[in-house]
Design a protein around this ligand. Structure first.
Ligand code: ADP
Ligand code: MG
Length: 243
């Protein structure tokens, strides 16, 4: 389980996330929706401690951090083991092959030797449909292929929660489809996914839960059916853009 209690995050004098509380079940796909600037990326980054909130707490799989003071390196390491992030801009290492991009983290974090990590990386690249691209460098891969390498890389560290920040926003529609297919496969395997996306078809068909952020507050948290049929004015205004 992933739980956030009364989480507040500011940049300077501007409060970006106001007293956020939510609880996600393992094996579910949660889609975070909301207007640009509503705090979606900041919330996701807080879950992976890429940002440090001022107050509140975060619990993932029984490990808890309370925000307010400085977190120890140990606390950060422990919490980060529970999740892995996939970014809009892929963020692959340009000077490494697909295989090495995926195999690197499990070796660096001491979980595996090189041979075992290479085998895992091969398996994961096959899983995301890149068996013919294992030895390619990022610059020779399409955006959709690079993003699938990034997903394999996230899977390689065996996270409990996979966090995706607009994973298809940099992609043309046909490349978006191949990345969405990988996400759908992961959802069907009942991986725990938290996905910020503007892909409403994915949100409607695949999500178990929709969280709507508006001005740094959660104003909807529940089933997709209730969200897409909501008569809340802000939600209707948000959805109208996609219709
Ligand atoms: P979203 O992902 O929903 O578009 P963000 O979480 O990126 O929203 O941003 C929410 C608000 O926080 C915006 O007003 C943005 O300008 C501000 N913000 C985000 N990151 C920073 C930062 N590192 N420093 C200052 N302000 C930031
Ligand atoms: Mg964002």
């Amino acid at each position: 389980m992933l739980r956030v209690d009364s989480l507040t995050k500011s940049f300077g004098s501007q409060t970006i996330l106001h007293d956020i509380s939510l609880s996600l079940e393992d094996g579910e796909t949660t889609v975070i929706l909301g207007p640009s600037g509503s705090g979606k990326s900041t919330l996701l980054r807080c879950l992976n401690l890429l940002e440090t909130p001022e107050s509140g707490s975060l619990t993932i799989e029984g490990d808890t951090v309370e925000f307010g003071g400085k977190l120890s390196d140990d606390q950060v390491r422990t919490m980060r083991q529970h999740s892995a992030m996939v970014f809009q801009q892929f963020n692959l290492f340009p000077n490494y092959t697909a295989l090495k991009n995926v195999a690197l983290a499990p070796v660096l974090n001491g979980k595996m030797g090189k041979a075992q990590a290479d085998q895992l990386a091969r398996d994961l690249l096959v899983k995301v449909g890149l068996e013919h691209r294992i030895d390619s460098y990022p610059e020779h891969l399409s955006g959709g292929q690079q993003q699938r390498v990034a997903i394999a890389r996230a899977l390689a560290v065996s996270p409990d929660y996979l966090l995706f920040d607009e994973p298809t926003s940099a992609l043309d529609p046909e490349l978006e489809a191949e990345v969405i297919k990988v996400l759908v496969d992961l959802a069907r395997e009942r991986r725990s996914l938290v996905v910020v996306t503007h892909n409403m078809a994915f949100a409607q068909k695949v999500a178990d839960r929709i969280i709507f952020l508006d001005g740094g507050q959660v104003t909807y948290n529940g089933a997709p059916s209730g969200f897409f049929s909501s008569d809340d004015e802000r939600i209707r205004k948000f959805l109208n853009v996609y219709e």
